[in-house]
Design a binder for this molecule. Sequence first.
Ligand SMILES: [Cu+2]
Length: 207
Amino acid sequence: MNRSTIARFARTGAAIAIAALAVSAVAAPAQAHETPKAGSTCAMSGMTLIDHGDVYVCVSKTAGAKPRWGKGLPVSKSALTWTDGWIKVAKSGMTASFGMLKNPTNKPITVIGASSSVSKVLQLHEVVDKDGQMVMQQKPGGFTIPAGGMLELKPSGNHVMFMKITKPITAGAMVPVSLITSDGGIMTAKVMGKVYSGANETYMPGM
Ligand SMILES: [Cu+2]
């Protein structure tokens, strides 16, 4: 191998390594153009990205607070599972996904963010009673699944909110969603498009 062949080989090798990492890490969170600084403001709570093997989640710590980037968490594979996952069919705008999260470990797991290739921003929502009206809002601190326990995501309860889908979700479509945990764990599941007439709670942004 002459020098230029080696250089070309090295470049190709590096490209393959990066591609492999991107696939194994997660398809969903966007690749960063620059590393976000922990504590710096971000556009919208629920944004996520992966940069240099670290995952970042943009979140509002308190109701109405400016969303800020959390610190970079080294990406690992989460032991969490998501079974019977489904997503409400939608042509555009917002929609939500549901199912059963199970934690097979002996420590609690907290989900702090989510991402998907079909929506730039996903949020972790709860539904609360506000003066007699059921409204949804971001769940402070995210979803905690107890050690060896489960958490059901269901209409009128906790759910993963797709804030603005980039393409229609049709019945039977398998939509990839990744959940990000407080220790950098990532779990990717596919949720199935399903026609559903409920889960029409009003959204209260900034709550
Ligand atoms: Cu919601």
